[in-house]
Design a protein around this ligand. Sequence first.
Ligand code: GMT
Length: 383
Amino acid sequence: MSSLKIGILCHPTYGGSGVVASELALSLAAEGHCLHLFSHEVPPRLARSPGPVDMHVAQGVPYPLFHSTPHDLAITSSVLDVHRAVGLDILHAHYALPHAVSAFLARSAAQDDERRGGGRRAPRVVTTLHGTDITLVGNDPSYAPLTQFAILASDAVTAVSRSLAQRTRENFCDEVTPCSIEVIENFVDLERFSPEAAGDAQSFGPPTVVHVSNFRPVKRVPWLVSAFARASEGTDAELLLVGDGPDQGECRRRAAELGIAARVRFLGMRDALPQLLAPADVFALPSADESFGLSALEAMACGTPVVATRVGGLPEVVTHGEDGLLSDLEDQDSYVAHLRALLTDRERAARMGQAARVAAGERYDRRKIVGRYEELYRRLLAR
Ligand code: GMT
């Protein structure tokens, strides 16, 4: 099969779409495709890999007239430059705003070049919806019309869960504006995220709950600190909080108020996620909304069961009673009971963890899912 020239546009986030976009770029490059990644910084997941992906950091020039520097326009220009030089086949935008719009603009400019007779064939645009680009940001009245346009103007749209595809249809599509959305779930590297990453750490220390996120309100990390305080009463269990973000201060205050500061550890942003996830007894994700929950999948691949809320796409990833436990959003009693059940019965937690590893391998293996993106690209190019 011929190798493709693929441009990926993404936010340089520590988690979520920044991880999916970086891992996809690295996996496609490893298959022999030519990969260009566009962002306003190097995404951390890409930064720690030696993989052959050409990185284009496009920040734009600051100017007093701009309230903030328009990175999205700089990214569009950079994509166009690369397309004119090498001829990109595919532009794959991760997170609708602004990347689907940047990709659309770059494609329009490339089509203009083509019409004038001098240009290469314009690239096809694929947009992958990740979650808050539909549920929190994209559907705000200030952005909704543009989000809808970007979805309709893409050559293909994918969503990371059935739940997100359905919510996109409800918010943005109808008989007048029908949209076709393909579900391509997130994926995990089963070699890197593996129970073996635990090394000797497993089972020797106190029972542990681990949580990884960007500490935004949607993740409800202060709520988790309160739930953990109740669930771990009378035990020496620890809560490891990995990542950073706006709610971190509130979490520290709450842990101190509840008298558990010594058992709640703030680890900040870490690259050694498998080594932190694999030895833990439980991964906790009590989000108010979650289109997929990539961090939960990475924990499952490490053999760690998930205690989560029954929201968005989480019930598609976690099977209640088999590889994790789910509670309704506002039911803290149930969430506490689930955490306590696994912290006080480590054998049950380990059994569920084994089931989690199997589920991750059967449904979310990186090779299979990346193959589905590649198939989609080839389908579009054959049109
Ligand atoms: O909203 C975030 O937490 C970040 C966001 C992103 O795009 O970086 O995460 C979303 O995308 C992830 C990757 O597809 C999903 O695993 C997360 O569930 C989703 N977050 C939410 O829906 C809150």
